[in-house]
Design a protein around this ligand. Structure first.
Ligand code: AMP
Length: 493
């Protein structure tokens, strides 16, 4: 889900507004309430806005969307009562800057000749600008500036007759990363892009007594847990799953592709209690921390995580190194993620609001700070300054990901390359900027070892790690078009 428009490209529009959570329920009483619970468990995937579309037994769709947190949008009993029906889909939206209008909040809904259709999208389409331009040229009237709306128009103009065939037709034309949940009168549908960049899982609720079970689709397993659903399986890359009164059907129209699940879901994005692609996120983060300790151990008195994202990796680091783990930094949980603040000035202020030093754990000690990633370096710089002010004698920073040198175009919010610290500076310069005595990142091979592989196989990595390698497995059509256009403007100028 990214915002775009058919206005001529400007550097200002080269922003990413993705990172979302999707959830769907089929054949359950209070489907919308279950969806609200699911979205609540997926709140970490998007805090800007949320929406639910429910389908009642008379075939009527009911929608409610709002800006803010799930708990605020869906706390009114009257709102929930209006979302009648035994099927629903929901979406959490994340945006850093840019347009936050309600018309961009998902699920998107359209009335087609075949009936109503609601769709919620996690990921980012890399040819949406081009598709949008050609759809507008054909007379399609866009209602929003989100890339996800191209699904609606591609389905609308498809010449196929069934909803599923129209959806497959649309998916054949899009490039990029997507995990979708969609709802129409006859079925709940889930779909994952052919490389399986973003996650999507299937769960089941009840049905033991011989009754028809309820089915759940979710970005992560943590949202199955909150509604008491049992994990059934991951939706496969390139799979379309159709859940209707007959049960669950699987369609694989795209042939076999080499999988590229997003490695950053393990490092930062997914909730630690989720199991992603069969691997528990928490365990993986601890193993990354242990690997980091083996690769770049340093004598110290205490291992301190940058909360919350650095906690499991710091535990792994501490266990492996034998250096005690302490909560030397305390996080205030009532402040949103610093990343959503739009300016550096506000972001700096945000970091101070969010973290404070636990002085007795730091004073007079050599401290190993563990965090999951350095993006702009703002967090690290502030944290290191705070730890030094609290009396640490040495500060060593250990990062449980390789240096983030490239932007993500597939659904993780990252600034443009010029703002990525590791894209602009070498290790020594980064250490100086952050103000640490030493700085180390886990190696790419180390990261793959922590994921149970012998190392990174460049021929077949198995994960999307473009943010660390620049190895973009899906064409960046819009970006290349924009670059070409800029170049021709420059040449013309
Ligand atoms: P920065 O201060 O820009 O270096 O950002 C680094 C911090 O942001 C780390 O503590 C990460 O946990 C967190 N982070 C990394 N990637 C993202 C992201 N895509 N969205 C939000 N926060 C992130």
């Amino acid at each position: 889900m990214t915002e775009l428009s058919n206005r001529p490209w400007s550097s200002d529009e080269d922003k990413f507004h993705e990172e979302c959570g999707v959830f769907g329920v089929w054949n359950a009483a209070d489907a919308a309430a279950l969806t609200a619970l699911g979205l609540h468990a997926l709140q970490h995937r998007g805090q800007e806005a949320a929406g639910i579309v429910a389908l009642d037994e008379g075939g009527i769709f009911h929608a409610h969307k709002g800006q803010g947190l799930v708990g605020d949008i869906f706390s009114d009993a009257k709102v929930m009562a209006q979302l009648r029906g035994r099927a629903a889909v929901g979406h959490n939206r994340y945006a850093t800057t840019g347009e936050t209008a309600l018309r961009n909040v998902q699920p998107l809904y359209a009335d087609f000749a075949f009936g109503g259709f609601a769709v919620a999208h996690n990921g980012n389409l890399t040819n949406a600008l081009g598709l949008r331009r050609s759809l507008v040229g054909r007379g399609c009237l866009f209602q929003s500036t989100t890339d996800s709306e191209v699904f609606i128009h591609l389905i609308a103009i498809s010449l196929y007759s069934t909803v599923v065939d129209r959806l497959i037709d649309a998916l054949r034309q899009v490039q990029g990363a997507y995990s979708l949940v969609a709802l129409h009168n006859g079925a709940l549908i889930g779909a994952r892009d052919p490389l399986g960049v973003r996650p999507l899982v299937l769960g089941r609720l009840g049905g033991e007594g011989g009754g028809a079970p309820s089915w759940v689709l979710s970005s992560e397993t943590c949202a199955l847990d909150i509604v008491g659903a049992e994990f059934v399986r991951d939706i496969d890359p390139g799979e379309i799953i159709v859940i209707d009164t007959q049960g669950v059907h699987s369609i694989k129209p795209f042939g076999k592709h080499a999988e590229r699940f997003c490695i950053f879901e393990y490092i930062y994005f997914a909730r630690p209690d989720s199991v992603v692609e069969g691997t528990p996120v928490y365990d993986t983060r601890k193993r990354i921390g242990a690997e980091l300790a083996r690769e770049s151990g340093v004598p110290a008195d205490v291992v301190v995580p940058v909360p919350d994202s650095g906690v499991p990796a710091a535990m792994g680091y501490s266990l492996e190194s034998g250096i005690p783990f302490e909560l030397g930094i305390i996080r205030n949980h009532y402040v949103g993620r610093t990343f959503i603040e739009p300016t550096d000035q506000i972001r700096n202020l945000g970091v101070k609001l969010k973290h404070s030093a636990n002085r007795p754990m730091l004073e007079g000690r050599r401290v190993i700070l563990v965090d999951d990633s350095i993006v702009r370096g703002t967090t690290s710089r502030k944290i290191v300054e705070m730890v030094r002010q609290a009396g640490a004698t040495e500060v060593h920073m250990r990062i449980s990901s390789p240096p983030t040198t490239h932007s993500c175009f597939y659904g993780i919010d990252t600034p443009e390359r010029g703002k990525l610290l590791a894209a602009q500076h070498d290790l020594e310069e980064m250490a100086r900027i952050i103000g640490v005595d030493s700085l180390a990142f886990i190696s790419l091979d180390g990261l793959y070892r922590a994921l149970g592989r012998p190392g990174r196989n460049p021929e077949k990595p198995g994960y999307c790690d473009a943010c660390f390698t620049g190895d973009y497995a899906i064409a960046l059509t819009d970006t290349q078009d924009n670059n070409a256009r800029q170049l021709s403007l420059l040449q013309a100028g």
